[in-house]
Every structure is written in C-alpha cells, then in structure tokens.
Design a protein around this ligand. Structure first.
Ligand SMILES: NC(=O)c1ccc[n+]([C@@H]2O[C@H](COP(=O)([O-])OP(=O)(O)OC[C@H]3O[C@@H](n4cnc5c(N)ncnc54)[C@H](OP(=O)(O)O)[C@@H]3O)[C@@H](O)[C@H]2O)c1
Length: 280
C-alpha cells in the first residue's frame, strides 16, 4: 500500500485527547486502545500536543498503541511546540527540529514512522527545514518525513529538495478543496487528510454532505462511518485523520475501514462534493 502506512483505513489523531478540557491520560488510553482494536491504520500525534507539565503527553499517549499492536505506525510532528497555558510557537530551525526528532524517538523508544514539519505555513525557510528532515531520515533518526499545512506551490518547490513521503493537510468534507491531495496522488506521496468532519466545533456533518446523510438515515447507519468509507474509496492514497474523544465515536469511525461501499454511497458522496465545487 505504502512504505509508511501498510494498511488503508483511518488514522486516530490524539490532539483533542490531550488538549480538550476534561481529558485524562486514562481516558486517552481507552480511546487509543479502542481505535487500535477497531483496526486504525496509524496513530497521529505531535510535539505540540503537550500539556503545560508534560512536553510529551501526546507522544506518550500515541505510544500506548504499540502495547496492543507493536507494528502500528506512529506519526509525529516537529517544529511547533507549547510555550504556555494557551500559547504555542513555530520554529523550523535545524536545532529545534533535531531536538524535537530526538525527543520523539526517545519517547517512542523507536524512530517515529513518520516525522512531519508541523507548520510548513509558518516557518521562515521551509526548504531549509526540509533539508534537516531529510538528514534525520538519512541518519535513521526517523523512518520517513513530510510536511503539514503545505500549499501546492510549496510542495512543488519541496520536490526539488528531497523525496517527501507524506503530507498532512486539512481536508474537511464539504469545506476544503482537494488540490493538494491531487498533487500528492500524482507524485505518489501519501496524503493524511486531517479534520475530515471539520473538527470539534464544525457545523453538523449532515448539512455539508446531505446525500450521504439521507442514505445513512435510510440505512439506519452512521453518517460519520459512511462518509469516511466513501472518502477512502473515492480518494486512493488518502488516510483520514480523525479526532474523536469518545470510545463510541472512535469505534464507529474506525469501523469505516471494513464498511462496504456500494454504487449508491459512491454516487451520494460524489454528488455532495460536486455541489461543494469538488469534482472527483
Ligand atoms: N497537522 C495539523 O496541523 C493538524 C491540525 C488539526 C488536527 N490535526 C490532526 O487531526 C486530528 C483530527 O482533528 P479534529 O479532531 O479537528 O477532526 P475531526 O475528526 O474532523 O473532528 C472531531 C469531531 O468529530 C466527532 N466525531 C468523530 N467521529 C465521530 C462519530 N463516529 N460520531 C460522531 N461524532 C464523531 C468528534 O466527536 P467526539 O469528540 O464526541 O468523539 C469530534 O467532535 C487531530 O487529532 C490531529 O491529530 C492535525
């Protein structure tokens, strides 16, 4: 399937499990466990998913997935870090990226399966940052590298610097265009589509993909699960990165991997995206 992600399916992101109010490490571990048991393709974390007291809270949580599935890929991100109760900073310098990568490797007890430059949209010299990531891959500190929050223009420029293994950008269903996905597909770069449901504060999913919503209602099925299944089916080389905070929702969403996608669902999904200006 891909060197970084051997299985197709959904990726569990742990941002909200660390950063949302009311979360505890015990609850986070339960959600991670449920995701792995339901067949999640990988776990996504970041140096930035930290608490004020623990710079590695998100990575520690992600690493618990390996207690259940020792081979599950662990994705993390460097160059964006927490500096206070409600403050984060971006820094793509060689010092910062090297320090972040070594810390991630230490917390995982193994090289991260994939290290992404977290805020490619915010650092001063992305191509210089990318050269550092390429060195880290070359040295075996990390297994694979990529960019997050990168435009097509930036990805074109990056292609002249080194081979990029993966990109992680936002792809909210019925909200975002798919140009960056298309570029990655053409180039053979894995695409991690974060926040497919638009994140925790988004408008109800049914208002953005009404045909899929109607089908879900008729079948007494979950709209989230059908949407993810249709997304994986329609966009090969793409892994949705979801952020549920409840065990029930992670089980429901992760089951999308095994959902059968028929022509009726395919058509409903295509019609919904087309009405939002996205032609598949
Ligand atoms: N690279 C970056 O800069 C970046 C930025 C943002 C996010 N991310 C990654 O993407 C991940 C996901 O982001 P996100 O949390 O914003 O995205 P999301 O998955 O689109 O939205 C999360 C929301 O969807 C709900 N949900 C998920 N599955 C559901 C289901 N089956 N039924 C009902 N509700 C369901 C969750 O509900 P409950 O909470 O009630 O379960 C939560 O409110 C993050 O954890 C992080 O790993 C990366």
């Amino acid at each position: 399937m891909s060197a970084v992600l051997p299985r197709s399916g959904v990726v569990l992101g742990v941002a909200s499990l660390v950063l949302s109010e009311g979360m505890t490490p015990e609850h986070g571990r339960e959600v991670v466990r449920a995701a792995v048991e339901a067949g999640a393709a990988a776990i996504d974390t970041a140096r930035a998913y930290a608490t004020v007291d623990d710079d590695a809270a998100g990575e520690r949580l992600a690493a618990t997935a390996r207690e259940i599935d020792p081979g599950i890929p662990l994705i993390t991100k460097a160059g964006h870090y927490r500096i206070g109760t409600a403050a984060w900073d971006a820094d793509g310098s060689a010092d910062r990226l090297r320090k972040d990568a070594l810390r991630s490797r230490e917390v995982f007890g193994a090289p991260p399966s994939l290290l992404l430059l977290h805020r490619a949209d915010r650092v001063d010299d992305v191509l210089a940052s990318l050269r550092v990531l390429a060195e880290l891959r070359e040295e075996g500190v990390v297994e694979a590298i990529g960019l997050s929050n990168a435009s097509v223009e930036l990805l074109e420029a990056a292609a002249g610097v080194t081979t990029i293994d993966a990109v992680q950008n936002r792809l909210g269903l019925g909200v975002d265009p798919i140009d960056e996905y298309r570029f990655c597909r053409e180039q053979g770069i894995d695409f991690l589509a974060y926040a497919p449901f638009g994140g925790p504060r988004a408008a109800p999913l049914a208002t953005r993909i009404p045909h899929v919503a109607a089908l879900a209602m008729a079948r007494e099925a979950s709209i989230h699960r059908l949407a993810l299944a249709a997304m994986i089916d329609a966009l090969p080389g793409l892994w949705p990165v979801i952020g549920p905070t409840r065990v029930e929702s992670v089980r429901d969403s992760a089951a999308a991997t095994h959902e059968v996608v028929d022509d009726e669902l395919r058509t409903a999904f295509r019609d919904d995206l087309r009405s939002r200006g996205v032609d598949l």
